[in-house]
Design a binder for this molecule. Structure first.
Ligand code: CAP
Ligand code: MG
Length: 411
């Protein structure tokens, strides 16, 4: 390698660089591995190249500004990035591209990223955000409380709509399609969306405001059209899976003028990137990009409490990224979901705070009394926690919560 990418100790202008923190595992000296990374992701490759002139290296070379233990900080000049509006694929090709496969590096995890103002301004962020969702639901302070319709697949449109209605009668503010349900024969998107819209309208006429996120995750060339159709059939919120559909899908749904409903961002497949503590991409950079791209609500984990693998400190960082005031976007509603049931609500809220959407699929549909009572159990747990009353205490006067605690206990 002709040029050294090492600039240890240098303080770079945060408005002139995209700054990334990587956790690196390698047998090589860390400086050597870091140089391989910075070269591959900016102006270099595996050998010296005659075409790399000094001014190209100076202008566009990544700068390794810090190595502390296994954490390497690399600053990529802002001019390495596209100037067209919100080009996430190109951003990812630099900050999270070939580096994962380099021989010099056994394992590498992108832990965090900071974007300069000029790139942040290319993105619009959420249209509704946490406060917009609360306004729609007329629920200013209490945690939002929702369900994922279960079973994941198999219910007819009519039965799905009934599930949603029963959930609303049990006090839930939110429900959503599961990630594997989109437009199957047994539950066509149009029929499901119209049936659910009827349930939500009925609930509204009975004095209860509720949102249901319709999963419109599909191929790139159809996603906008699918969302527009769902909206025309009465969808009040849409759901997209960010990692299977891509960040660009979230962005088009949030930014296209034709879409006038909030976007719920699910993250199926994230475990392939986030689960290994030494390799992949932490949820934090994914959360930051989702907010830039305009997700109104985002799954962030259950703070180490639910069924999915996750670390409480990392999930807490994800929540902080949803609310970070320095980035200039509306706040994202963090969604805690995955193996949640009423007995966990006090622990989750103690860790997340009240500005959160808590969801339970099995923890509602698995209630011995059925969906409405399951929803009541969840709502009562949220109410008790919000009021600062221990769940066991509240359960003495609230049967559905008592049954839920008897069924699943508390952690
Ligand atoms: C939860 C869920 C969600 C997970 C995803 C599921 O159902 O519907 O997809 O929350 O994990 O299919 O597991 P249960 P995360 O409430 O029945 O567990 O939110 O961490 O992305
Ligand atoms: Mg699911």
């Amino acid at each position: 390698m002709n040029y050294s990418y090492l600039h240890l100790g240098e303080k770079v202008d945060p408005d002139a660089y995209v700054v990334c923190e990587y956790r690196i595992t390698t047998d090589l000296p860390m400086t050597k591995a870091a140089e391989e990374l910075a070269a591959e992701q900016s102006t270099g490759t595996w050998t010296n190249i005659s075409t790399l002139e000094n001014d190209i290296f100076e202008k566009y070379g990544g700068r390794i500004t810090d190595i502390t233990g296994d954490i390497v900080t690399v600053a990529f000049p802002v001019d390495d990035f596209c100037t067209d509006v919100g080009a996430v694929p190109q951003i990812l090709s630099i900050i999270a591209g070939n580096l994962f496969g380099l021989h010099a590096i056994d394992k590498i995890r992108l832990e965090d990223v900071w974007f300069p103002r000029s790139i942040r301004e290319d993105f619009k962020g959420p249209k509704f955000g946490a406060s917009g969702l609360r306004k729609i639901l007329d629920r200013p302070e209490k945690p939002l409380v929702g369900t994922i319709v279960k079973p994941k697949i198999g219910l007819s449109p009519k039965d799905t709509a009934k599930y949603v209605y029963e959930s609303g009668k049990g006090g839930l503010t939110n429900s959503k399609d599961d990630e594997t349900l989109v437009d199957q024969k047994f539950c066509p998107l149009e029929d499901r969306t119209t049936a659910i819209a009827e349930s939500l309208d009925l609930l509204k006429s009975e004095g209860h405001k509720m949102l249901h996120a319709i999963n419109i995750s599909t191929s790139g060339h159809r996603i906008l059209e699918t969302a527009e159709k769902a909206q025309s059939w009465g969808a009040k919120q849409i759901m997209v899976d960010v990692l299977t559909c891509g960040f660009a899908a979230v962005q088009v749904l949030a930014e296209d003028r034709s879409i006038k409903v909030p976007v719920h961002v699910h993250r199926t497949m994230h475990g392939a990137m986030t689960r290994d503590p030494l390799h992949g991409i932490a949820m934090l950079p994914i959360a930051k990009l989702c907010r830039m791209c305009g997700g109104d609500a985002l799954h962030v984990g259950t703070l180490g409490i639910g069924k999915m693998e996750g670390r409480s400190d990392e999930d807490r960082d994800n929540i902080d990224a949803c609310f970070d005031t320095s980035v200039g976007y509306k706040e994202v509603m963090p969604v805690c979901s995955g193996g949640v049931y009423p007995g966990l609500i006090d622990k989750i809220v103690a860790a997340s705070g009240n500005n959160v959407q808590i969801q339970a699929g099995g923890g509602v549909a698995g209630h011995p009394g059925g969906v409405r009572k399951g929803a009541l159990g969840m709502s009562q747990a949220v109410d008790a926690t919000f009021l600062g009353i221990p769940l066991n205490e509240y359960a003495k006067t609230h049967d559905e919560l008592r049954t839920a605690l008897e069924t699943w206990g508390s952690k």
